[in-house]
Design a protein around this ligand. Sequence first.
Ligand SMILES: [Zn+2]
Ligand SMILES: [Zn+2]
Length: 347
Amino acid sequence: MKFGRLGPSGGVVLEERPPPVAGPGELTVELAACGVCGTDLEKLRGNYRTAGILGHEPVGRVASVGDGVAGLRAGQRVFVHHHVPCLACDVCRRGDTTFCPTYGRTNLDPGGFAETFRASAEHVRQGAVLALADPVDWGTGALLEPAACGLTALRKVGLPEGASVLVLGLGPVGLLYARLVRTLGASWVGGTELSERRRTAAERGGIDVTVDPRDGAALHEAVRAATGGQGVDLAVAASGHPSVVRAAVDEVRRGGTVNLFGLPEPGSRLDTELQQLYLRGVRLVPSYATTEREIRDVHALVVEGRLRVGDLVSHRVPLPEIAEAFRLAASPSEALKVVVTGPAFDR
Ligand SMILES: [Zn+2]
Ligand SMILES: [Zn+2]
């Protein structure tokens, strides 16, 4: 079978290997679709050092179940979460499940960009396999994980009733986050984005105001006008670039929260006046990844019709053309969300 992985000298390469086999307690899944995430792109650029496994937003049909797997059967449509927390260690008990050592160690074999991938017995046992409800099409299913990252972040920061929220960076995860805060009761949602195409998509998708971040004065004016000069309750840095985090700190109100949501490059530094941060009582809260619990909650929001995500898929690219999928995903003027499709996509 074919699968995509990080090449030895960067870039994504397509390789052949025998399909994985489901051992006791395990499951294999035939791929329907898997989104290309910003973190996959950062792995290719060498900015995010991990085991080199790509693809963590996969949906597909169960191909085979190992001995002892209950409640799941071949042919079933599923989403599989890539990492699973143990829910028993000190880190998990404190609620920081995405920092659990088991979470860091577990992954799909050989990743989400594979004709067939294997979920371990830990994945199955800990509830990382979610049966998709009928109305959830493959594209929507592939967006559950990035949307759930927003929900995990919101549970960390807390969203005040009727909050004003500024999302800085309206790529796919920023757009999903913006829609989520709207669903969960934000009164005003603004956004910044370099790409005109993405700004237009955001305004069509219900964001109140979008601004080109290169126009700092326009951004400040839009936030002042929307918040009576106070600044927003929550500013979400959906890009980890220092200039974006700085703008988030500048536009948040006294006692407000900046959510460090996008992945910063290694070695990047935040240059901000600490006394201002202190006197204004700005909280800086990072949020990394998500778990199967938020996946289930986002799935429920989608099924209830409270959250729309599937329309953000702009391109569906078959697995053999994975290099083109990555090229598109790195081009904000051409693409919103790019999903790689597998053999189960048409079934
Ligand atoms: Zn992701
Ligand atoms: Zn744990």
